[in-house]
Design a protein around this ligand. Structure first.
Ligand code: URA
Length: 231
């Protein structure tokens, strides 16, 4: 919300008061005086007026989890354990997942309470690279690479997938780089060749690789640099 609206919404301040306080430099956001009413204020910011605390600001939290197979990328599930069950953190209701993985897929999953950050990351225009290690039932043939690079038509969504890069690593193993995240996209792309995916592991999202120190089920907080790199 804009800072001028945030101030004017307070029961003891009018819009005029808000304007005057801002112009006088009496409002501080995260310790710095802000005069611009259009400055965006979020639940994570500390806001003060003449030293009076208006909003304490809650900590923004960002985690990378090594998702194990056999758990759901959802915040609640009646039947199975969810990725949030793996986190030993307070206020888990505030957390959500940026870029889901299927029940049996493994690898890098981002979890945060910062909706703006995760939305930005998954915006279609963003084209963030997502890198998957894939194993299949049948041999992966060389011509898949061309088909994936040209894009595949998905009838259900009536769209053609963005160019994807396939690197064949072994007869039944490959690394696939996508720049979008359609429903079951990797499985559907190999499914085009009636080749079933037997293992799917996300290694990287944008500049962020899964930390090799994390065993399946383990997680850690992202560093400030990692958070900024993904913005
Ligand atoms: N594509 C899939 O098919 N499954 C995943 O979990 C991720 C990408």
């Amino acid at each position: 919300m804009r800072l001028d609206r945030f101030l004017a919404n307070l029961p003891h301040l009018s819009r005029q008061d808000a304007r005057l306080h801002l112009a006088a430099g009496r409002v501080r956001v995260d310790g710095a005086s802000v005069r611009d009413g259009q400055h965006e204020v979020r639940v994570f910011n500390r806001v003060e007026l003449d030293g009076e605390l208006l909003q304490a600001g809650k900590p923004a939290r960002y985690f990378m989890l090594h998702k194990p197979a056999g758990c759901v990328s959802a915040t609640r599930d009646a039947e199975h354990r969810t990725v949030l069950d793996l986190l030993d953190e307070p206020d888990k209701d505030d957390l959500h997942i940026g870029g889901r993985l299927d029940f049996n897929s493994t690898g890098l999953l981002l979890i945060t309470n910062d909706g703006q950050w995760s939305r930005r990351m998954t915006l279609p225009g963003r084209k963030l690279a997502k890198v998957y290690y894939v194993e299949t039932e049948q041999p992966i043939e060389a011509h898949y690479a061309q088909v994936f690079a040209e894009g595949l038509y998905f009838r259900y969504e009536d769209l053609t997938t963005l160019p994807a890069h396939l690197e064949i690593l072994a007869p039944r193993a490959a690394r696939l780089t996508l720049h979008e995240g359609r429903y079951h996209q990797v499985k559907r792309m190999f499914g085009h060749f009636q080749n079933k995916v037997t293992r799917l592991h996300r290694e990287r999202m944008g500049s962020l690789s899964l930390d090799p120190q994390l065993a399946p089920g383990q997680y850690r907080a992202l560093s400030a640099a990692e958070i900024a790199d993904l913005e």
